[in-house]
Design a protein around this ligand. Structure first.
Ligand code: ADP
Length: 366
């Protein structure tokens, strides 16, 4: 058999091959440039980020990338690179593409000895990563913190003001009714704070996916009557009635007692909050492999535009009648999360100034 001669790679070539396969296996875009920021080496991920499908060898890095800073000002990247003395990292840049789209870019620049071409030539290694998703999560988190702290501040300020007023009235020996009035207001704000914290804690558990669904048989007829009973005092305080309409042929529902109740409670408290005259009806009827339960009110109603947004985090209608009531805009968002957990489907029907009807289809989970 004739000898098959496989060409032997020199040590330097082997090293080079290793290096190329190493940088090609990286998920981050890597570009090595020379002293004048011309491309010497790059990987596939860099081509993806730069949205280029041809070779970028020897091209000036500045001609390949259109960057803007946090103040929307264009960045002279060649100037930035060639004046870099020590490794730097930037997370506030945006890379704009020709079609007008943009991504948030993580960009690190490190001066290195490239050791290619003429001896001792210096250069830079640039690392690029699309961090748009992390950035949007960061922005959402910042907005969340700012809205929550704002929502907490107002009731705390009102409660604090009323308590110190009550103290002042006691010291002055004022009449009991004034003192009671101040304490009542402080109490209401404290209850509101408790409900806000409750919503936040349910929300964070739902977001982390740690809420457990314990399926058990639920007597829907009884549940409807219990809900009506427990919310009647709240309704009566506003001169409203709670009616019930459970159909006679309801069967046991297999679902989570806790979440079904919590979902319906959110609808009932909203119905009371956003109804000025009339009544609230809690009804239920059998459905295919489950049950329909609805909460209907004769309240202020929701405009068609707002109906699309009521399940959004922190959304509250601009209607002054909505703003008269305490609210966080989290109730229906939490409701929607809980509904997903028990595979429930929500439908809203509403007419401004006529009233709203929230219907939930709860499927049997076993
Ligand atoms: P909150 O009641 O704390 O504002 P929700 O998430 O429970 O927050 O509701 C979001 C918004 O949907 C409310 O601010 C209100 O504008 C509207 N909404 C909800 N339920 C009703 C209802 N029964 N009638 C009228 N508007 C409603």
């Amino acid at each position: 058999m004739p000898d098959i001669q496989t060409p032997k790679l020199s040590t330097a070539q082997l090293e080079h091959e290793r290096l190329v396969s190493l940088i090609n296996s990286m998920v981050d875009g890597v570009v090595a440039v020379d002293e004048r920021a011309r491309v010497a080496l790059y990987n596939g991920a860099a081509l993806n980020i730069l949205d280029s499908n041809s070779t970028i060898q020897n091209k000036s890095f500045g001609s390949l990338i259109n960057l803007i800073d946090a103040n929307n000002q264009p960045v002279d990247i060649v100037e930035v690179i060639t004046t870099t003395k020590v490794a730097t990292v930037n997370r506030d840049l945006r890379l704009k593409y020709a079609d007008g789209s943009a991504i948030n870019l993580y960009l690190s620049i490190a001066p290195v000895h490239l050791g290619y071409g003429s001896k001792g030539e210096r250069g830079y290694v640039i690392l690029m990563r699309d961090i748009s998703r992390e950035k949007s999560l960061e922005e959402e988190r910042d907005e969340f913190i700012s809205v929550v702290s704002h929502e907490l501040r107002t009731p705390i300020a009102i409660a604090e003001g009323n308590i110190s007023n009550a103290e002042f009235l006691v010291n002055r020996g004022s009449n009991l009714e004034d003192i009671k009035g101040a304490l009542k207001q402080a109490h209401e704000q404290t209850l509101f704070l408790a409900s806000l914290i409750n919503d936040l804690s349910t929300l964070s558990r739902a977001d982390r996916g740690v809420l457990k669904v314990d399926v058990e048989p639920i007597n829907v007829h009884e549940l409807v009557l219990q809900l009506a009973k427990s919310y009647t005092p709240d309704a009566e305080r506003k001169g409203l009635k709670i009616l019930t309409a459970p159909s006679a042929d309801l069967e046991l529902l297999q679902s989570s007692q806790l979440y079904v109740r919590e979902i319906l409670q959110n609808f009932v408290t909203n119905a009371i909050k956003y109804t000025e005259t009339g009544h609230i009806t809690i009804g239920a009827k059998p459905a295919d492999k489950g049950v329909y339960i609805w909460v209907e009110d004769t309240g202020i109603g929701i405009s068609i535009g707002d109906q699309e947004r009521i399940y959004d985090k922190f959304f509250r209608s601009e209607d002054y009648r909505t703003r008269k009531n305490n609210g966080t805009g989290l109730g229906l968002y939490v409701t929607m999360k809980l509904a997903r957990l028990v595979h429930a489907e929500l439908t809203t029907k509403s007419r401004i100034n006529k009233g709203s009807c929230f219907t939930v289809y709860f499927p049997n989970l076993k």
